[in-house]
Design a protein around this ligand. Structure first.
Ligand code: PBG
Length: 338
């Protein structure tokens, strides 16, 4: 028989797709609980829980309840949580001084977590927006412009107070120029040489943050204001690479790209160019979109959740900060490979 004449495709990529066993063997990227970071919203008080309306399934929790939640995350194999305090309006101010109060919500939450689940990694957010009366991430002048160098002094105080409380990773998400170097210098000077810095290097002025601002209560303070004078323009990627290069040279240990799914090209380029730990933040708006479609019966919630997380891994993310972390880890624990 003249095979040549039959014009069959010699390479049939469908062969490996034929059965589950070979699909599993040739899978290039995987997702495990090890790849997830669980963000938690922390309330003052005890026994307090409040639903976040624009994020179905997500609650703000007082420290006691949050710790139990974090324990579950740890038991499911999630390596770390990221803390976001919900600051009461009466402690917000122009200078954000509550941000470095040793008895502040974030600082107390860190201590509670480190004493209850010592091995669970605790990541704190270094930015002033939960603490400013105007909702911006920094200190502003009369015109409302966020002042870079003055803000850095406040961020250094905040980062040191987190390290002192026992935070394993401090994560500046403010986008001031030079803050990684300043925080690194201060940590070294104070003896916190092993406190890791997760730098939000490529953080875009995104419209996908809305539900988060509702959750932490900064939306009302920010009003019609935006963050375009410090967060990045969604059209830019060369600038993202420049930000990453600077943050690495200033002492960052890990890099964050934020948001996640609309910016997978950024994740990919950063990974390719620098070969350093890169994380992606699947932000509140991404979570809300998935949940809204699933609740309407328009998408299969579990399936798109897992696909979105796997896609971030494929793009180059080592880990993903996601509100789906607990749900995805529960599914993974049940042996789902999808
Ligand atoms: C600001 C901060 C933001 C988020 C976390 N910290 C963005 C912003 O308000 O500009 C958003 C996270 C999310 O949407 O899930 N320091």
């Amino acid at each position: 028989m003249n095979l040549e004449a039959r014009h069959f495709p010699a390479t049939r990529l469908r062969r490996n797709r034929r059965d589950d066993f070979s699909r599993r063997l040739v899978r290039e990227t995987g997702l495990s609980a090890n790849d997830l970071i669980y963000p938690v919203f922390v309330l003052p008080g005890e026994g307090e829980r409040e639903a976040v309306e624009s994020m179905p399934g997500i609650e703000r929790l007082s420290i006691d309840l949050m710790v139990e939640h974090a324990r579950e995350a740890w038991e499911l194999g999630i390596p770390a949580v990221a803390l976001f305090p919900v600051t009461p309006p009466e402690v917000k101010s122009e200078d954000a001084a509550e941000a470095w109060n040793p008895e502040g919500l974030a600082q107390r939450a860190v201590r509670a977590l480190k004493s209850a689940v010592p091995e669970l990694g605790v990541i704190t957010d270094v930015a002033l927006d939960p603490f400013t009366s105007h909702g911006q991430d920094g200190i502003i002048d009369e015109s409302g412009y966020v002042l870079n160098d003055v803000t850095i002094e406040a961020l250094v105080r905040q980062a040191l107070s987190h390290a002192e409380a026992g935070a394993d990773v401090v994560a500046p998400s403010d986008m001031m120029d030079g803050r990684i170097g300043a925080v690194r210098g201060a940590l070294e000077d104070e003896g916190y040489v092993n406190t890791r810095i997760l730098a939000y290097s490529a953080k875009y002025a995104s419209s996908y943050y809305g539900p988060f601002r509702d959750a932490v209560g900064s939306a009302g303070n920010l009003g019609k204001g935006d963050k375009k004078t410090y967060q990045m323009d969604p059209g830019n990627i060369e600038e993202a690479l420049q930000e990453v290069a600077l943050d690495l040279s200033e002492g960052a240990d890990m890099i964050m790209v934020k948001p996640g799914m609309p910016y997978l090209d950024v994740v990919h380029h950063v990974k390719r160019e620098f070969q350093v730990p890169v994380f992606a933040y699947q932000v509140s708006g991404e979570y809300a979109m998935h949940m809204a479609a699933a609740e309407n019966g328009w998408l299969d919630g579990d399936a798109v959740m897992m696909e979105s997380l796997l896609a971030m891994r494929r793009a180059g993310a080592n880990a993903i900060l996601t509100y789906f972390a607990l749900r995805a880890a529960r599914l993974l624990a049940r042996g789902s490979n999808e």
